[in-house]
Write a protein that binds this ligand. Structure first.
Ligand code: ATP
Ligand code: PAU
Length: 681
């Protein structure tokens, strides 16, 4: 990222060179900025509304007031690199066309917008040249996502750099100064500063802006309720930090053993990007995803109408009092309050305010329709303006859906379904565990456990394909298994089975048994769906690792999302299992089994932004397990780690399967040994 140049276009323009975290210098600036455009336009047109001026500039034609190269030479002056349409003199056409002629406001607005933007673009480029900088970010309230402004700045950078540089724009660019001032006033918000017990936290983006917020952004907003304010920043109560085992950037390909898999060039620098597919520029995939999401929401409404989904309650679960397997509120509190359980591991402050605004006392079914309309309107925006909310990815759309649900007052739509499915699965778990304990061959046992994890991942209400099967109770573990397509390239469970079996000779029988050698010191398992996925798939594998002497952290979403298990629900579940399983009981007692919140509230996972309470507990973890389509396919498919990693999921989305060239319902069970660079212990 560093070094980069930040060009802040406010009233005036400041140009900063940023060479590292908190290392910056104001290298230049210009007084011809947003204030110049706004002030001149007011003087010329008498308008009191900046937005109105921006609006008319869209329809204006600068040719009517500017002098173009073609006006002078009749054609372009190619020899010196000037096209006929290049502006030779801003406002120079006025003198040429005759001083007594009447000129239109819209043409003047377009010309001045070009003038200011081109000039800033040129000065920015020259400064970048002078300082040997390749990246230029633009911010400031002058931009405000306005296409013409951004296009002109981009054009200028592209033109002056002869196509070697692109202008880069920040989201929430108008509030850059305000956010900076906010963080300066509360330095605990910086990732490098220690967390205060109450004040610490990170931000997440929320693109479901409440009407009230929209209306308050400038008086003139009322006339333009859609405005150009696309999102707000919610503050979350935990600090979000990267998983220490995640390779954030590297120049080498890791020790990936599955051919045709992670295609990282040996020498090209690789930077961690959570998202596997970038749909911003992929029209067909984007349209397909938007269609699927609309279908998904229609199914949800249908389920509610047929009462297969009960939406009357806003269920949420709290773990049992006195449990000490959950990470405490913050590490600083851990010494004194180790028995306390966080009521809610992660809360967004803005979410609460918005809820009050959008959810007056209307019936749940009306609220669901309100959700449907809200989400559809955002999807519609994305259809026409794919980059409106930044990079368009499956993760961003799924997060958007959760935000829309929250704002309409649905905290946990699948609460009852999750509870029922988890309880049903717990009822058969003791029988399953004793069956698994009969498998004496270690290799076979590991293979069986891994296969169960793949099959378990079919039980996913978030998948439009699967939910239509689940809604009619048409899916048992056995028939879920029969649907899975096994693809050698995506399944190297043998490798992990070999590794886990090679280190031990003893076999296990019964609950009290334990294996003699731990291959791994500590495993972090990022879990996915409640019910069969977790209980009948992941739990037996976690129990196996515990029996091998590996400490296990089960990491679950902080806030509800579809039927994904949440951290409090997982805590309850683990305590329930401990009532009949001695491995779980002992592991809780001796601290080998812990439950931690991920800091996340969607079905996907950004491993560079995890709840610090989880991260603080796993600095020495040497095995990362990621379960689920959202976490291991839509995101993190290409993520590399400096420790061994297992990714398990099923391709239940036609979009992901098609884009990645595999059949629907292909099982993914990919074991990747530690990638270089190795960790320094
Ligand atoms: N609704 C609006 N009303 C007024 N100005 C607006 C509006 N929307 C965008 N602008 C533009 O934003 C500019 C002000 O930007 P900003 O608030 O970032 O600057 P500032 O903090 O005053 O500037 P500086 O960095 O020079 O101190 C205005 O000059 C105008 O060009
Ligand atoms: C004076 C500031 C820094 C106030 O924020 C800004 O308006 C600006 O950068 N103006 C341009 C001044 C110049 O460098 O010519």
């Amino acid at each position: 990222m560093f070094p980069y140049m930040l060009v802040n276009i406010g009233s005036g323009v400041s140009i900063l060179k940023v060479t590292g975290q908190n290392k910056y210098e104001r290298i230049s600036g210009t007084s011809l900025g947003g204030g110049t455009f706004w002030g001149l336009m007011h003087l010329i047109s008498g308008s009191h509304s900046f937005d109105e001026i921006l609006e008319i500039s869209k329809t204006g034609d600068n040719k009517n007031v500017d002098m173009l190269v073609g006006d002078i030479y009749g054609v372009g002056y190619d020899k010196i690199g000037l096209k006929a349409t290049a502006i030779a003199s801003t406002m120079g056409g006025v003198y040429r066309a005759g001083l007594s002629k009447k000129y239109e406001k819209k043409d003047i607005a377009a010309s001045l917008l070009y003038m200011v933007s081109n000039n800033i673009g040129q000065i920015a480029y020259l400064n970048a040249q002078l300082h040997g900088i390749k990246r230029i970010y633009f911010g400031g309230y002058f931009i405000r996502g306005h296409k013409l402004t951004m296009h002109t700045l981009s054009y200028a950078i592209n033109f002056w750099s002869k196509g070697t540089m692109n202008a880069l724009f920040l989201r929430h660019e108008g509030f850059l100064g305000a956010v900076g001032a906010f963080i300066k006033a509360d330095p605990s918000l910086l990732p490098s500063k220690p967390t205060h017990s109450r004040r610490g936290g990170s931000f997440t983006e929320n693109f479901v802006v409440a009407k009230e917020v929209m209306m308050n952004v400038g008086k003139d907003k009322v006339d333009h309720p859609k405005g150009s304010v696309f999102g707000i920043l919610d503050r979350v109560s935990s600090k979000l930090v990267p998983l220490p085992q995640l390779i954030l950037s590297s120049k080498t390909k890791g020790g990936d053993s599955v051919k045709d898999q992670v295609k990282i060039d040996q020498t090209t620098p690789h930077t961690y990007q959570p998202d596997t597919l970038d749909l911003t520029s992929q029209k067909k995939l984007r349209e397909y995803l938007i269609d699927t999401m609309n279908e998904n929401v229609s199914n949800l409404v249908e389920m509610a109408e047929s009462r297969k989904l009960k939406i009357s309650t806003n269920g949420s679960s709290k773990p049992k009092e006195g449990s000490d397997i959950v990470a405490p509120e913050s590490e600083s509190e851990s010494a004194s309050a180790s028995a306390s359980v966080p009521e809610l591991p992660l809360q967004t402050e803005a979410g609460a305010t918005d809820k009050k605004e959008i959810t007056p006392a209307i019936s749940p079914s009306d609220r669901l329709l309100e959700f449907k309309n809200l989400f559809s309107s955002r999807l519609d925006t994305l259809l026409h303006e794919p980059a409106a909310y930044g990079k368009l990815t499956i993760r961003s759309i799924l997060n958007l859906k959760e935000q829309c649900l929250q704002i309409c007052g649905f905290r946990d739509l699948f609460f009852e379904i999750k509870q029922k499915e988890t309880n049903d699965a717990i009822a058969v778990l003791p029988g399953l565990l004793s069956q698994l304990d009969q498998i004496t061959d270690r290799r076979e046992l590991v293979k069986t456990l891994l296969d169960r994890m793949i099959v378990g991942n079919m039980f996913d209400w978030g998948s439009t394909e699967i939910s239509s099967l689940m809604v009619n109770h048409a899916m048992s573990f056995e028939n879920a298994k029969s649907k899975i397509i096994y693809n050698q390239k995506l399944n190297n469970s043998d490798k992990l089975a070999d590794k886990l079996a090679a280190h031990s000779s003893s076999s296990s029988h019964g609950d009290n048994d334990s294996y003699d050698h731990a291959v791994y010191n500590q495993a972090v398992i990022f879990v996915d769906n409640a019910g069969a996925d977790l209980v009948l798939g992941v739990i037996p594998f976690a129990r196996f690792l515990l029996r091998c002497g590996t400490k296990v952290i089960l990491a679950a979403n902080s806030l509800p999302s579809v039927n994904d298990i949440t951290c409090p629900e997982l805590t309850d579940l683990v305590l329930k299992i401990a009532e009949f399983d001695s491995t779980f009981q002992k592991s809780i007692e001796n601290g080998n089994l812990q439950v931690c919140p991920t800091g996340s509230q969607g079905p996907c996972l950004d491993l560079s932004r995890l709840d610090e309470r989880l991260v603080n507990r796993c600095p020495d973890a040497d095995f990362i397990v990621i379960v689920g389509m959202g976490r291991a396919i839509h995101t993190n498919y290409h993520a590399t780690f400096n420790v061994d990693c297992l990714k398990v999921a099923v391709f239940k989305s036609r979009l992901a399967a098609g884009a990645m060239g595999v059949d629907l319902y292909t099982g993914l069970c990919k074991f990747t040994p530690a990638s270089l660079p190795t960790r320094h212990k």
